[in-house]
Structures are given as C-alpha cells and as structure tokens.
Ligand binder design. Structure first.
Ligand code: PLP
Length: 416
C-alpha cells in the first residue's frame, strides 16, 4: 500500500529542471510517486477499499450526521436574504465579531475583530496563508509527527524545510530534548496541532510553554491549528496563544468544519497579532479572496449558540468515543483513550499473527476483507525517517453515528 506521507525533500537533479512548485507541494504532502506523478492519498485508497469491500469507513474524518438544524436554517435564511456577492476579504463583520466574542467567552482572550481576525476558506486556507506569509526559501519549520499532511505540503511549496519531531508512542509525547534540538537560527515557524490529529492527544502545558520559550529565543512564529478545540474530553481547551508571552508571536487557526459537523462549508479563521494577521490577509486575498458569504452569516450565528450546544455535542462525541474504545477493547486491543478530536489510535501488533501480516497497513487491508472495518495506518502521517515508529498503529475515526460504530465494532469482534 502506498503511504500518504512521503519521500525526501524534492531535490534538483543535475542537468534537469528542479521540481515544479506543484511537485514540491505534492511531495511535501506525500502525494508524489517515485516517477514524479501525482498519486492518490491514503485516504482515497482506503475509502475505495471500504467501498469495494462494503466496509464501514472509519478512515476519513468527516461526520456522517447532519450539522445543527439552526445553523442550516441560518444558511438558508442568508441565501434568501440575498447574500450572494463577494464577502469582504477579511470576512463579514458579524462573523469576525462572533469569533472575537467566542474567544473571549471560551478562553478570556481579547481580540480586535478589525485587524486581529481573518476569515478563510476553511482552516486549510488559514494554515496555508499563515505559512506562506512567513516562509522564505531556506527557512526551517518545526513539525511534530505524525502530522496532518497539509503542513508539509505548504512548507515544501514555500521552499522551506520541515524539521520533524516525533511524538513518541504510546503516549505520543515528544522528548523535550528533541524539541530543543529541532530549533535553529533558521527556524521561522513551529506548527502545533492541539488537540492532535491523528493521535487524539492534547498538548501539555509544559510542551506549550517550551514552544513559547523556544519561539521567543529564535524569533519564530507559532502556528497553532486548533480545529478540534471543542472536542476536548478531559478538561477545557487552552489555546497556546493565551499562555504568557505567547500572543505576540502566535497565529491561531480554527474552523467551523469540525465543531459544527460541516466540513464541506469551508469557513475557517485565523487570529493573532495585527502584523501577522496582515500577512495572512495579503496571501489569502490571492487564494480564495473570501469564504462563502451566506455560510459566514450562518457560522456567525452558530458561534453564538448557548453553552448547552457545545456541551451536548461533546457529550455525543464522548459516547461515540467510548463505543469505539470499548469495541476495540473487546477485540483485544488497548487503545489510549483519546483526550481530544474524533480519532483514536491503537497498537494492532497483537493481531498480526492471526492475520498473517506484519504491520498496521497490512492489517488495515485484512480487516477490510474480514471485519468490514477500515482504518488508516498512522505511518501514513509521518515522513520516511519516522514511519517505523508508527508501523504498528492504526487510526480510527469516531465521527460516525453510534449505531454505525457499534456495527463496526461487532464486525471486528466477530472477525478476531
Ligand atoms: C488537524 C487538521 N487541521 C486542519 C484541517 C482542515 O480543516 P478545514 O476543513 O477547516 O480546512 C483538518 C481536517 O481534517 C485537520 O484534521
């Protein structure tokens, strides 16, 4: 099976043109085959496998249930009210104000909606614009692995170099010495994803403090991807930007996609100090220009939902998480209980002998055939140097209806 995370930095071959920018980008995201052609992602491959085998697809991270009715109604009303033309590049005022109010109410953070918040086409554009606004060729970016593929893609596209720091299983915590060693005079940025996809872990206070300290020492910017901020099971989310001395050098990215079960809406945002947000705005002007106008109105309303909405959503996700973790337990696995996100990871090595395979990628194929369940090997989220660390780990998404999860776990228990 091909992996999603990929090869060596795309190097120039003597006598040949250097790789095109798109090839650098594809390479950084793990989408380039050895002949330099674009290949499918591991997510597409596993989705196709799920379809072929009639399996439950716990590979891809999107909900199989509807967004909140009130938010959908608000979108319909916004369409009816005639919001069809370009929105402002930075986002409609109502949404920027709603984001500022949300950050204050949830985290005590003060942000000026005029200048400290930019609405983007999903967190994807937010992270992309943040990194492109900062990186010069030759810069280094500290990235924790396993990681969401976007970060490596943008870093390489910008001509910068990703410096990977492994999150060490089974706790998926980095060695602080590795974190320190990853910073150099060339470090321009560090990306933290908290809560973390794919491992379902949450960054410790100590790690966040260390990043603030190292970023200050090296005059680097911290980009925090907090799209799972409302999926925290064991305590409130603490944005890195709220730590002492962090706000001045941190760009925080989030999105409506996960919180409101609407990954297709493509409404996200970036917040931070004015000088850094200005850079994000400059870049996103020439990416999407602006996110979908009517949907911005609806997300502004959704962000103002009462506390009970967020608590109820979390309670539903906790139930889904517990169904998955209990089901994996019945299948003889001992996954760490996810502290955040809608992903669980499990060391599946005890099942190799029975299945006649020797890694999680092989077991994923086997389970699709025998158990009707598809997951994603965690090695697909790592660069080649670190793939071996995660060879025994499989990621399973629990953003699915509980009956779907129960059926999947029953299939797994029967098969093993
Ligand atoms: C860690 C992380 N960041 C960003 C994104 C993309 O978010 P959006 O759909 O808002 O672009 C995802 C989606 O899976 C994600 O898991």
């Amino acid at each position: 099976m091909t992996s999603n995370a990929q090869p060596q930095p795309s190097a120039a071959v003597p006598g040949q043109r250097p790789p095109a920018p798109w090839q650098r980008m594809a390479n950084g995201g793990g989408l380039l085959d050895p002949a330099g052609r674009l290949r499918s992602t591991v997510f597409e491959e596993m989705t196709a496998l799920a379809r072929r085998t009639g399996s439950v697809n716990l590979g891809q991270g999107f909900p199989d249930f509807a967004p909140p009715r009130e938010m959908v109604d608000a979108a319909a009303a916004a369409l009816g009210a005639g919001h069809h033309q370009y929105a402002p590049i930075v986002g409609i005022p109502a949404l920027r104000e709603a984001i500022a109010t949300h950050q204050r109410a949830c985290y005590g953070q003060e942000l000026d909606p005029d200048g400290q918040i930019a609405v983007c086409a999903g967190a994807t554009e937010g992270v992309t614009a943040a990194l492109l606004s900062l990186l010069r060729p030759g810069d280094e970016v500290v990235l924790f692995e396993p990681r969401y593929d976007l970060y490596g893609a943008v870093v390489e596209f910008a001509g910068a170099t990703a410096v990977p720091v492994p999150l060490l299983p089974p706790a998926f915590v980095p060695d602080p010495d590795d974190v320190r060693a990853a910073f150099s005079p060339r470090t321009r940025a560090v990306v933290l994803n908290d809560p973390h996809n794919p491992t379902g872990t949450v960054a410790s206070r100590e790690l966040k403090e260390l990043l603030v300290e190292l970023a200050a020492e090296h005059d680097a910017v911290i980009v925090t991807d907090e799209v799972y901020e409302h999926l925290r099971y064991d305590g409130p989310h603490e944005p890195l930007a709220t730590l002492p001395d962090a706000a001045e050098r941190t760009l925080t990215v989030s999105s409506a996609g996960k919180t409101f079960s609407a990954t297709g809406w493509r409404v996200g945002w970036v917040s931070g100090p004015r000088d850094l947000v200005q850079g994000v705005v400059a870049v996103k002007t020439y990416l999407s220009h602006s996110a979908a106008a009517p949907l911005q109105h609806a997300v502004a309303e959704a962000l103002a939902f009462p506390r009970e909405f967020f608590d109820g959503m979390l309670a539903d996700y906790r139930e889904r998480r517990d169904v998955l973790v209990a089901g994996l337990g019945e299948a003889g696995l001992t996954p760490p209980t996810p502290q955040g996100t809608f992903f669980a990871v499990a060391d599946v090595s005890d099942h190799y002998a029975l299945a006649g395979v020797d890694d999680a990628a092989g077991l994923a194929q086997h389970w699709a055939q025998t158990a009707g369940v598809v997951g994603i090997p965690v090695s697909a989220f790592a660069s080649p140097a670190n793939q071996g660390l995660y060879a025994d780990w499989l990621r399973l998404a629990f953003c699915k209806r509980t009956e779907v999860l129960r059926a999947a776990m029953a299939g797994l228990a029967a098969a093993v």
